[in-house]
Design a protein around this ligand. Structure first.
Ligand code: DQA
Length: 147
């Protein structure tokens, strides 16, 4: 079974306590478990990681990309300013899908811009946990095409 990395950035450990209008009601563990289940039904294994620290996310990508076939990343607010994370994704040479629970295009102006999007194959946002399910489908197609 091919492995994909499921990476969460700043403040996403507080899911379940954050504004449910934007982020839904699931906590991070529940969300990760649902994504794992969905991925398994597509024949993919998920390795998950969360950090509130930009450097820890970069270290994780550098240390784990060699043994993975793709990445699903919700970088939280790092999405909007971390050029270092953009470069880490680019250097991983893996298909990556950027996901968001909330609709980042229809919130504050500063959220509209993603600096990591150009290192990703697709951005899927605004559908809460369904954003992740869609990301799995897209990633699976890309991985199968490469095989
Ligand atoms: C988020 C959107 C970001 O703008 C925000 O900083 C987050 C969560 C989302 O999943 O909707 O923390 O990535």
């Amino acid at each position: 079974m091919k492995t994909i990395l499921l990476i969460h950035g700043a403040n996403l450990n507080l899911l379940g306590k954050r504004n449910p209008f934007h982020y839904g009601n699931l906590n991070l563990r529940q969300l990760e478990n649902l994504v794992k289940k969905e991925a398994k039904s597509c024949g993919l294994k998920v390795k998950s990681f969360h950090s509130n620290h930009e450097g820890a996310l970069i270290d994780y990508i550098q240390q784990n990309s060699f043994s993975a076939s793709g990445i699903i990343i919700n970088a939280g607010a790092f999405t909007h300013y971390s050029y270092a994370l953009h470069d880490a994704l680019l250097d991983a040479h893996l298909p990556a899908i950027e996901v968001h629970l909330s609709d980042i295009k229809n919130r504050e102006n500063w959220r509209r811009k993603s600096v990591i999007a150009s290192a990703c194959k697709q951005v899927i946002s605004g559908e809460k946990e369904k954003s992740y399910y869609k990301a799995i489908t897209v990633l699976k197609e890309i991985i199968d095409l490469k095989a």
